[in-house]
Design a protein around this ligand. Structure first.
Ligand SMILES: C[S@@+](CC[C@H](N)C(=O)[O-])C[C@H]1O[C@@H](n2cnc3c(N)ncnc32)[C@H](O)[C@@H]1O
Length: 268
């Protein structure tokens, strides 16, 4: 099991869709329809239940072959259940750690969302090297970038954020995670491999109508930092109580970045 439940992925998806940079997504879609002779092949890594498929098809991607790769069969089955009738889907149960075994061949675009902050520098280097060799374009949306801003503020916010961002670097199954550095690292690795890279802001801006997601986040952040970061337990409890009490009327901005990269020979 991956630890990513269908419920959690469903809860975050509207915020992801609202935050995703539409101009970058439009360029990715335009690229698909321009360079591929027939049906473009999109390989979506860490696909979950098909969030990237839903986002790009709703923004205009048509007649694509979607190769969804995840290590959680329950998430892949859910993607097939939701989209298997309307879209051409090839589902692959695989561990992203074994980059050489991933079925990346002939991909027009490698896509991902909410994935690369979990990945290690080694995984990115290895993947980018393979993609560059076959001139596959790259689109990774919603990489956490370390910003979390709460309204109203609380005196413990900064300490909690520092601990949370440190925790984001922990190994979550894909090697020592890049966490908030993921987009900057992707940019360097892709540019070194000759790609033209663009980065756009895709921060979540969560208000009262997303208080269920905000409450889940608060509990998740508390649980991530409760051990190993020397935070005073009483101060952390007080912080959680304050944050939950304000989740219905407050705001929460969580920084993400989208990365789009075209191989040099196709960059227009
Ligand atoms: C944060 S979720 C994002 C899912 C989906 N892209 C979305 O935006 O809803 C990360 C995804 O990566 C998958 N994943 C995590 N570690 C993996 C691994 N080692 N191999 C394959 N998939 C993995 C999880 O199962 C999960 O579906």
């Amino acid at each position: 099991m991956s630890g990513f439940s269908i419920n959690w992925l469903d809860l975050r998806e509207p915020a992801d869709m609202a935050a995703r940079d539409k101009a970058l997504a439009a360029q990715a879609i335009d690229y698909l329809h321009t360079v591929a002779d027939q049906s473009p092949l999109i390989v979506d890594l860490g696909s979950g239940t098909g969030s990237t498929l839903r986002a790009l098809t709703s923004l205009g991607a048509q007649q694509c072959v979607w190769r969804l790769i995840d290590h959680d069969p329950a998430l892949l089955n859910e993607a097939l259940r939701r989209h298997g009738q309307q879209e051409v889907i090839e589902d692959y149960e695989a561990d992203l750690l074994d980059v050489d075994a991933l079925p990346l061949g002939a991909a027009t675009l490698l896509s991902a969302s909410a994935l690369f902050d979990l990945a290690s520098a080694d995984l990115v280097d290895h993947l980018v090297e393979k993609l560059a060799r076959q001139a596959t374009a790259f689109y990774a949306a919603l990489n956490y970038d370390g910003r979390t801003q709460w309204t109203p503020p609380h005196p413990f916010d900064q300490q909690v954020l520092q601990a949370f961002n440190a925790d984001q670097r922990r190994d979550k199954g894909l090697g020592p995670a890049l966490g908030p550095q993921s987009s900057a690292y992707l940019q360097q690795a892709l540019e070194r491999a000759g790609y033209h890279v663009q980065i756009a802001d895709s921060a979540w801006d969560l208000g009262p109508n997303q208080h269920t997601l905000v409450a889940d986040l608060i509990r998740g952040i508390k649980s991530a930092v409760a051990e190993g970061y020397s935070l005073d337990p009483q101060a952390l409890d007080d912080w959680e109580t304050f944050r939950l009490a304000n989740s219905v009327n407050g705001r929460c901005v969580i920084g993400h970045l989208d990365v789009l990269a075209f191989p040099a020979k196709t960059f227009r």
